[in-house]
Design a protein around this ligand. Structure first.
Ligand code: ZN
Length: 217
């Protein structure tokens, strides 16, 4: 089994366009980077986790196209145009741009910062796969910003995820060469672990904390 897709119909919540798009039905991966970018087998599914409107460039998860979402979270094509006019948009690969637009719209519609941070993180992964380090850095910075808000405001609904997110913030700081902040967040992982099954995250933290102290990125 490798990556597989299906075609589904969508109605754009911003401009009303009706179109078909590919969505992901299954993935397989073997290993991952230290910030959890999976090493996918077969076609890279990342860009297809989001659906983009071919008319106005609205971008979101398939569920963001539901009737409920369309009624409760109004976005306009003008809002998307404004996002696209930001200078940062010119610099990133188009797969990453899908995540950036979705993240910005999540910001503007007051969504959970945890989900906003995850969208920026996935955007940074798309940049890494394209070897665009500059855009990757910008998206990692945004991912850190929102993941930190999620931890500080306790918006992570599954408490089991807290040690993982705490580690991830440390790891993103390490990748951004902010050793001091990386040290601080790595150091906080142990105290938020509640489940002995999360020992793996502590081991990963120790490994990356060591890298943070002794190696040049
Ligand atoms: Zn549209």
């Amino acid at each position: 089994m490798v990556t597989s897709f299906k075609l589904s119909g969508f109605t754009c919540p911003a401009c009303g366009a009706i179109f078909e798009a590919r969505t992901v039905t299954s993935i397989t991966h073997q290993g991952q980077d230290s910030d959890f970018l999976p090493h996918y087998l077969g076609e890279n599914p990342l860009p297809f986790f989001l659906v983009q409107c071919p008319e106005c460039d609205f971008s979101g998860y398939p569920e963001d196209y539901s009737l409920e979402s369309r009624e409760n979270r109004k976005v306009s094509a003008a809002q998307i145009k404004k996002i696209l006019s930001l200078p940062i948009c010119k610099k990133m690969p188009e797969e990453a741009l899908k995540f950036f637009i979705a993240a910005k719209l999540y910001e503007e519609t007051g969504r959970n910062p945890y989900h906003i941070g995850n969208l920026y993180l996935r955007g940074s992964w798309c940049c890494r796969l394209r070897e665009n380090r500059k855009a990757e850095i910008e998206l990692q910075q945004l991912a850190v910003k929102y993941l930190k808000i999620a931890v500080e405001k306790s918006t992570i609904s599954n408490p089991d995820n807290l040690p993982v997110v705490t580690y991830l913030i440390g790891e993103l700081y390490r990748r951004l060469e902010d050793r001091k902040s990386a040290r601080e967040w790595f150091g906080a992982v142990e105290e938020v672990i509640i489940d002995p099954e999360q020992q793996w995250i502590l081991e990963l933290t120790q490994k990356q904390a060591e890298l943070n102290e002794h190696f040049i990125n």
